[in-house]
Design a protein around this ligand. Structure first.
Ligand code: SF4
Length: 688
């Protein structure tokens, strides 16, 4: 008879940015299953992570269930009441602010949490802390997409939708993106498009599974994207495959671009990129002669010291061919975490209020000061990757980390630990005892996506509902209540608002979210399809395709960025290039997927892919234990020997604590967006 107590709660997958819709099956107050639901991006599909790793972690016995305060004498964490923990957090941050100013504090937002959580976190930083040192993990992934697409097109987001780029495309160009592992349901739809006749160009230093279906695979040397893109434009111009009308009516600076790319002949580009010039010409002709061809890209473009330039160079390709503002076209960054798009939209960035409204714009700053009834700092803050050196040299004394684990995920782990140890006060708000939380003074147990109401914004700018399915018991608090209480205790009074009320506040201050509310998302008009921003008012249906008729910035601007080498090149001591990335089964630092038993059985630990020629020269066989060292650290892991990577190149997943690749990676930063160069550092490999 207890079957009658089973219910299904429609919500959004907590893993990647595709934003698949799923039903959490709840029985007797526990989530016992997850089923695919029909969503606009997923068409009733789920990948292994959404299907099998979206609920075990929610009720895991390893969840933090009470606030913890570190005993300074013993270094051990001891349980505390919420009043004790929150009073301590508020008084220590207030004291640091009093002594050193708000600029000595910083906050990192969780890109897996809801828009409503993230909005309040950045509000807490800007009002109670008095700083714009607030950022999110887009800084270590797609921040160059925000800066690069905003500079060239005007909006730092995916231009089109998953549906139109897979259903309408004649040719799909994938650059530095492995969607069948990192965004699997998008990957499935790309594969289906190719099986239905679309041509495929893969631009990637590794053989990904979709390479087997590619018409052209440009197996670039890591770090040479800008040379590739400039070479494409060179060929498109020479072959007469550019759209002169589009160029003249909608863009500026084409002549300067045309002059710059003259030097990027197919032969020169082939030499820089380590590819065959004929393949580059084939790719350019295939893309240029297609009526509809989207560029879909990911971290293989952004995670370079030239990441923003790489993104801008992709905009060049689409603009010279007039492949923007139409279905089946565009420049489409695939965002990594479920709500990293929302984290940027919500203003968890050091230079922008919510909706990318510049804090240096006096009218915007005054609007927020009026709405929040306080004076705000107008000095752009430090980006997250700039905060770590600032902790080491004492400029930042206090840090609030919400749902991120930089010890696992940021480059050069040794430096991250040194930075955290230098802090006067560290607070971590998380679900589990993470590697970062071990360095905290106070740990606050927040709630997961299945224990709260809210919204996520997927990679297509689509705002979708997150719904509460269960309570897990214990002494956890809603994260919005945690931030509200800290604001109250730091002398910035705030009412406790529901998630729906917080979204109303967001809409009232953020033009691109102006028409979005929980009531609308839950209503029959939207009918479970979400709303894509810009959605400026309550009658607006949302915007599927950006830049129709004109660019968000008015006229499209070309980049004339030249190719430059990655920061660290292999040499005699460290002869291999290391790239890092994601695998299908695990997600980021495994906090959620690592609690699903079946997932851990198939993908339990780290490995390094290396070319068979290199392995053979070093006497390494497939499955051997190896030591991998860079100038920053050393780890032990397992060798996977194949020809997926080219000779001289290696690849590791970044998910795992054992053999964590970030002990090796370099914190060389993109010159504009300050995103680390995870895709190129120099390593040595030897038998363990
Ligand atoms: Fe979740 Fe992404 Fe898989 Fe969809 S593709 S089920 S959003 S992890």
């Amino acid at each position: 008879y207890r079957v009658w107590e089973t219910e299904r709660v429609r919500t959004t997958c907590p893993h990647c940015g595709v934003g698949c819709q799923l039903n959490l099956v709840v029985k007797d107050g526990r989530i016992v299953d997850a089923e695919a639901a029909p969503g606009p991006a997923n068409k009733s599909l789920l990948c292994v992570k959404g299907r099998f790793a979206s609920y075990d972690f929610v009720g895991s016995p390893e969840r933090l269930r009470t606030p913890l305060v570190k005993n300074p004498e013993t270094g051990e964490f001891e349980p505390a009441t919420w009043d004790e923990a929150l009073d301590l957090v508020a008084s220590r941050f207030a004291d640091l602010k009093e002594r050193y100013g708000g600029e000595a504090l910083a906050a990192f937002a969780c890109a897996r949490s809801t828009n409503e959580d993230i909005y309040l976190l950045q509000k807490m930083a800007r009002t109670a802390f008095g700083t714009n040192n607030v950022d999110n993990c887009a800084r270590v992934c797609h921040a160059p997409s925000v800066s690069g697409l905003a500079a060239t097109l005007g909006s730092g987001a995916m231009t089109n939708t998953i549906e139109d780029v897979t259903r309408e495309a004649d040719v799909i160009m994938l650059v530095g993106s492995n969607p069948e592992e990192a965004h699997p349901v998008f990957g499935m739809q790309i594969r289906a498009a190719v099986e239905n006749g679309a041509k495929l160009i893969v631009v990637d230093p590794r053989d990904i599974r979709l390479t087997e279906r590619a018409d052209v695979h440009l197996k670039l040397r890591p770090g040479t994207n800008v040379a590739f893109a400039n070479g494409m434009v060179h060929i498109l111009i020479n072959e007469g495959l550019v759209d002169r009308e589009f160029i003249e009516e909608r863009t500026e600076g084409f002549d300067r671009l045309a002059r710059m790319v003259q030097e990027y002949t197919p032969e020169r580009v082939a030499e820089i990129c380590g590819i065959d010039a004929r393949d580059l010409v084939s790719a350019a002709k295939l893309y240029g002669s297609a009526e509809r061809a989207p560029i879909i890209y990911c971290l293989g473009v952004t995670e370079h010291s030239s990441g923003t330039e790489g993104v801008m160079s992709l905009s060049n390709i689409a603009m010279v061919c007039g492949k923007l503002g139409r279905p089946g076209c565009g420049v489409n960054p695939v965002r990594g975490q479920n709500n990293v798009q929302g984290a940027c939209d919500m203003g968890a960035t050091p230079g922008d209020f919510p909706g990318y409204q510049k804090l240096t714009n006096p009218e915007v700053a005054e609007k927020f000061e009026r709405a929040w009834s306080t004076e705000l700092s107008r000095v752009p803050g430090l980006m997250a990757t700039e905060c770590f050196p600032a902790m080491v040299d004492g400029r930042i004394k206090g840090l609030f980390v919400f749902g991120e684990d930089p010890v696992r995920t940021d480059p050069d782990t040794g430096h991250v630990i040194k930075a955290l140890e230098a802090l006067d006060f560290l607070v971590v708000d998380d679900l589990f005892m993470t590697e970062t939380a071990r360095y905290a003074d106070v740990i606050l147990p927040g709630r997961s996506y299945a224990e709260k109401e809210g919204t996520f914004t997927n990679t297509e700018r689509r705002v979708q509902r997150v719904r509460k399915a269960v309570d897990i018991g214990g002494d956890t608090l809603l994260d919005t209540d945690i931030f509200t209480e800290i604001m109250n205790r730091m002398g910035y009074p705030q009412p406790h608002l529901s998630a729906a009320q917080i979204m109303d506040e967001i809409a009232s201050l953020t033009p691109s979210y102006g028409g979005i509310s929980h009531a609308r998302l839950d209503g029959t008009e939207v009918a479970g399809q979400g709303l894509q921003w810009p959605c400026p008012n309550r009658d607006h249906p949302g915007t599927a395709i950006l830049h129709v008729g004109s660019f968000s910035r008015g006229i499209g601007a070309y980049s004339t960025a030249e190719y430059r080498e990655a920061t660290e090149q292999p040499d005699g001591d460290y002869p291999f290039i290391l790239m890092t990335g994601r695998i299908l089964y695990q997600y980021n630092a495994c906090a959620m997927t690592g609690r699903a038993e079946g997932i851990n059985e198939v993908a339990p630990s780290s490995f390094i892919e290396m070319n068979e020629r290199d392995a053979s020269a070093l006497g390494i066989a497939d499955g051997d234990r190896v030591k991998v060292a860079s100038r920053r650290g050393e780890v032990e892991t397992t060798a996977r020997v194949s020809d997926k990577t080219s000779p001289g190149e290696t690849w590791m997943p970044f998910h795992f604590q054992d053999g964590n690749s970030n002990w090796l990676t370099i914190a060389a930063l993109d010159t504009i967006a300050k995103t680390p160069e995870y895709k190129v550092c120099a390593v040595r490999v030897e038998r363990a």
